[in-house]
Design a protein around this ligand. Sequence first.
Ligand SMILES: [Zn+2]
Length: 130
Amino acid sequence: MLEVMERRESAQERVAELTERVGAVQGKADDATARRDAAQGALDDEAASVAKEREVVAGSVPADLMKLYEKIRGQQGGVGAAKLFQRRCEGCRLELNITELNEVRAAAPETVVRCENCRRILVRTSESGL
Ligand SMILES: [Zn+2]
């Protein structure tokens, strides 16, 4: 009889301990869920803001260039234009060879130049290495 009571007491202690642990884990899970939801909200706000900015910029780009950009963007995983940085296409990361660089150098500023490797539109800046 005494042995049974001891076993019962031990089991009750174990139940209390496990119940407390479940509560602690649930609290951590609730906290993580709240942080995830907050981060998702911030991302949604940022996406809406960027979409508005994009709309404004896209409106200032000539229609034929925008069409070309969208076509390349669809083919190249969402990136239709890339900076030419230190003689390297930032889209595919390949360095242009001397012939390609000379062609880009010779092109008028308003001419659309493209990467021979990935075909993205190359954006020339003072850091292009031309
Ligand atoms: Zn490229």
